[in-house]
Every structure is written in C-alpha cells, then in structure tokens.
Design a protein around this ligand. Structure first.
Ligand SMILES: NC(=O)c1ccc[n+]([C@@H]2O[C@H](COP(=O)([O-])OP(=O)(O)OC[C@H]3O[C@@H](n4cnc5c(N)ncnc54)[C@H](O)[C@@H]3O)[C@@H](O)[C@H]2O)c1
Length: 352
C-alpha cells in the first residue's frame, strides 16, 4: 500500500505512522499535515529520514496540492486523521471545524475518486482500481450522549451535541454519500477517547499528568462524573490497520477499549500514581453541552474482523504516566510554543 496519512503530525496520526513502521513496515507512508497548533513533527523526528516515510506540509482543503500528492506518490489508501479535534475550541470558533472537518474531507474524497476511478470522466461508472481504500477516522461523539445504561452501536442514530462532533458527523455523512452515489471504496471508524504518548497537553490525561507532576491545580469540569470509554492509542492504530486491510467496503466500525471510567477517577489514579495530594483538584464550571457518558459496543469489529484491544486501562495509563514523566522536555517544548516557532521558520512561507 502507498498510504496517505493526513494529520500525521497530530497525536493519533503520529502514533499510527510510528506503529505502522514497527508493525507493517512494507507499506509506504506519506504524511500530509498543515501543522496547525496541534501538529508536532518532533514526535516523528526519529523516522524523518526513513525511506518509506515522506512528509509534506499542506492543507487537505488544497485540492491542487492533494491531486499532486496522489499522482506523485501513487496513493492507494487514505487514512484521514486531519481535523480540528478539540471540543473546547469548537465552542469558541466553530467555523474552522466545519471547514477543515467537512470540506477538507470532501476535498480528499474528490481527489481519491478522480485518481482511483477507472473512467474518471464517466459520471455513471462505479469501477475503481483494485486494492484502493479511503478510511475516515471518526469519533463516538457523533452519536451524542448516553444515559446510565446502553452503548453506541454502528446503527445508533447520529445526534452530535458540539460543533466539533457535528462537523465530524457531517464528514461521515459525506463519506457515506460518496460510497452510495459513486461506489468509492471506503470505511468509517468511530472510536472512543484515546490516550497514550505524544498527546497535546490540552486534553484531559496529558494535562492532568503534567499539572500533577508540577503540583499545579488540576481543573476538573463540573462534578467530574463524565464517563468516557478509554482506548489506548496503540490499540486504535492496530484497529485502523485491521479495517484498512480487511474491512468490508461501505461499512462503519466502532472501536472501543471496554474501559469506561469517570474523569474524576482518572484524575485520582494519576494523583495516586505520582504520589501527590487530592488537594490539587480544582472543580471548574462545566462546559456547555458537555456529554455525560459515552460507551462503545465493539462487537462488530471483534466478531467480523477479529480485532481485540491489547491494553487494560490501568496498564495503559501507568505506561502513559511513565512516558510523560520520561519526556518532560517534549512537554515543555510543546507548551512553550518553541516547536511552533521552529516549524514556522522551517516551513513558512513556502507551505509545501
Ligand atoms: N483524540 C481522540 O481521543 C479522538 C477520539 C475519537 C476520534 N478522534 C479523531 O481522530 C483524528 C485525530 O485526532 P487527534 O487527537 O490526533 O487530533 P490532533 O488535533 O492531535 O491532530 C490533528 C492533526 O491534523 C492537522 N490538521 C488540522 N487541520 C488540517 C488541515 N486543514 N490540513 C492538514 N492537516 C490538518 C493538525 O496539524 C494536526 O497535526 C481526528 O479526526 C479526530 O476527530 C480523536
């Protein structure tokens, strides 16, 4: 496969590239990332010179550039991670979320269709080159929130509550339409909250670990009883590769780690592991539209494709805490904005 990984300088995309180089090194990887505030190439510096890996700074909404990337690298597969991904930011500025997450996805779908279709000028043709696929990385947040009982299955109606999840749901529907209307071979994966190394410290787990190490206040929204189904990022990577290789075209697969935990329990676990005090916990006003509970039913991917998560939450979180402890310099550079300045100097103004 010649795989276009979009958003590969972000948390999950970067881990996916690293995971692929270790576990499926026969595939070529082209990383396209606009390097927004969330992109950090430093996380991939050790493979930057790898002959099976290539980085291009570009915006997925730039259709001419995407077409050039497809042609130059003979792209056969796309894994679309590129997105605005932080719910809090989507409350402040929804427009960029709709633009990147929906229009950006459509730009990639059009490019894939034009490059993979056997008769690109025949609008009725649904024939594509063999062994091509588009994989849209989506989220369980498109399903909305759950009460105390129940789980999201692939047929749960979409009911997004934040501008972020609405934009992701919009992208999912556009993907569905490209499969139904044009026959484009694609899959959608919807996963629960990821955690693991190299996560930008605005998200719950790295933020809490960082603040706890520094003995700074640990800001917890509302009563801290929001429940998420946590998935180790390496398990997410193995699930994506499974779907990319064996998923039935047109199908949606939920990916979950069977690890429902309340936010406050995670914070307490981090405090205990780092030997700090619960007095660091500071309850702050809950954010608007904060979903109460998510839980993923992963029966389809486990029974149809034979995928299983390898990490228990406790093992995964201990390893993650260790990683952040050992990589405090990475965290400091991310927080200082040093890497942003560096990559601005490195890549602007050519942006290619
Ligand atoms: N992190 C989670 O827990 C989680 C859970 C479910 C689904 N997802 C989905 O997984 C994907 C990756 O999430 P993440 O946490 O790694 O996000 P992230 O914010 O860490 O990374 C996103 C990457 O996309 C890049 N990007 C943004 N706009 C772009 C554009 N227009 N063109 C090219 N690149 C652009 C950014 O520079 C960044 O490197 C997203 O689509 C997200 O919706 C994430």
């Amino acid at each position: 496969m010649n795989i276009l990984v979009t958003g590969g300088a972000g948390f999950i995309g970067g881990n996916f590239i690293r995971w692929m180089r270790q576990n499926a090194p026969e595939h070529r990887l082209v990383n396209v990332d606009a390097l927004t505030y969330a992109g950090n190439l430093e996380s991939l510096s050790d493979i930057a010179e790898d002959e099976y890996y290539h980085f291009i700074r570009a915006d997925i909404r730039d259709r001419l550039k995407m077409d050039e990337v497809f042609r130059t690298h003979d792209i056969t597969h796309v894994v679309n991670f590129a997105a605005e991904s932080h719910v809090d930011r989507s409350i402040v500025d929804p427009e960029i979320f709709l633009s990147t997450n929906i229009i950006g996805t459509q730009s990639l779908l059009d490019t894939a269709k034009a490059n993979w279709k056997l008769a690109p000028d025949d609008k009725y043709s649904r024939e594509y080159r063999g062994n091509v696929k588009f994989l849209q990385v989506s989220t369980d947040e498109v399903y909305g929130a759950l009460g105390k009982e129940g789980m999201f299955t692939e047929t749960t109606p979409l009911s997004p509550n934040s501008p972020y999840s609405a934009a992701k749901a919009g992208a999912d529907l556009v993907c569905r339409a490209y499969h139904e209307t044009f026959g484009l071979p694609l899959n959608i994966t919807r996963c629960s909250n990821n955690y693991g190394p190299y996560q930008f410290p605005e998200k719950l787990i790295p933020l809490m670990i960082h603040n706890c190490i520094q003995e700074k206040p640990l800001p917890v929204y509302g009563d801290g009883m929001q429940i998420r189904d946590w998935l180790h990022v390496f398990d997410h990577c193995s699930a994506i590769y499974t779907v990319l290789s064996r998923g039935e075209p047109g199908e949606i697969y939920n990916i979950g780690g069977n690890n429902e935990r309340a936010n406050i329990d995670i914070v307490r676990f981090i405090i205990l592991t780092l030997g700090k005090t619960e007095q660091l916990i500071t309850y702050v006003k809950d954010r608007p539209g904060h979903d109460r509970r998510y839980a993923i039913d992963n029966t389809k991917i486990t029974t149809k494709l034979g995928w299983r998560p390898a990490y228990t939450f406790e093992r995964g979180l201990m390893g993650t805490i260790e990683w952040y402890r050992a990589n405090s310099a990475w965290m400091e550079r991310v927080l200082s904005g040093e890497y942003t300045d560096y990559y601005e100097r490195m890549y602007a103004p050519s942006f290619s």
